[in-house]
Ligand binder design. Structure first.
Ligand SMILES: Nc1ncnc2c1ncn2[C@@H]1O[C@H](COP(=O)(O)OP(=O)(O)OP(=O)(O)O)[C@@H](O)[C@H]1O
Length: 236
């Protein structure tokens, strides 16, 4: 999915927390969003997902305004996984059930995703009994099972151990390679953005300070604020 953002602003109690003049995210992009706490990263991704209304401005999705059909084609994984009070299998199957997919196809698709993430052993476990890392894997499995054309990830691997991070990253990479999808990931892990993304956008105080190819941003950025941030200095 191709995204065109124009004049996007979000205010909370008269305070502007997001202000993006113009941003294009090409189809099949793999964009990382980095920046300090409160920079506006989650607000941006929630507006893209249609979960929060912008105060002004608009987003075009493949040249169209947001609609039910477009929203059916995107998924968002939060830092804290929201799972249904059901088994792991039913959690992953749910987005396919509500899209009226045939029973046999659901079975095949859910098994395929569980196998690729090595979580088949969890299929009958109740979602509320999962560990944090297991729940996060299930949330990712549920997000990719519909093969969305836009996958939005808000710190999907925060608070999980390195081997689970590896499974999640491999899954996200494979998903991006095998589908003609756009992936946007917010991460505080700069190494993770280097491992996964083609492009990175650095946000500060609601604005996109700089955006470019991963190598350019990390080795040859133009803005002194970006340089400070990636070198681990505190931005004040
Ligand atoms: N529902 C809300 N009501 C009031 N203020 C909000 C609301 N949601 C976000 N904000 C404010 O908007 C600003 C941007 O928040 P946002 O969650 O987008 O930042 P972020 O870059 O994702 O931060 P973090 O890295 O800590 O997750 C913050 O100052 C936050 O307090």
């Amino acid at each position: 999915m191709n995204l065109q953002i124009s004049g996007l602003q979000k205010n909370y109690a008269g305070q502007c927390v997001l202000n993006i003049d113009s941003l294009t995210i090409e189809k099949r992009s793999f964009l990382g969003i980095i920046g300090s706490n409160g920079a506006g990263k989650s607000t941006l991704i929630k507006i893209i997902a249609g979960l929060v209304d912008a105060s002004s401005g608009f987003i075009n999705y493949d040249g169209e305004k947001v609609s039910h059909r477009i929203q059916q084609n995107m998924t968002l994984v939060f830092q804290k996984p929201y799972l249904l009070r059901a088994t792991v299998f039913n959690n992953i199957a749910y987005p396919l059930i509500i899209r009226n997919m045939k029973r046999d196809d659901i079975l095949t698709r859910v098994k395929e995703v569980m196998k690729s993430m090595d979580i088949e052993y969890l299929q009958n476990q109740k979602a509320w009994t999962l560990s944090g890392g297991e729940a996060q894997k299930v949330a990712l499995a549920r997000a990719i099972v519909i093969k969305p054309s836009l996958l939005l990830l808000d710190e999907p691997t925060a608070n999980i151990d390195p081997s689970s991070v590896l499974v999640m990253e491999e899954t996200i990479k494979k998903f991006h390679q095998e589908n003609k999808s756009t992936v946007i990931i917010i991460t505080h892990n700069l190494q993770q953005s280097k491992r996964l993304c083609k492009e990175v956008a650095f946000m500060n105080e609601g604005q996109i300070v700089e955006m470019g190819e991963v190598d350019n941003i990390f080795n040859d950025c133009n803005n002194p604020l970006t340089k400070k941030f990636i070198e681990g200095e505190i931005l004040i």
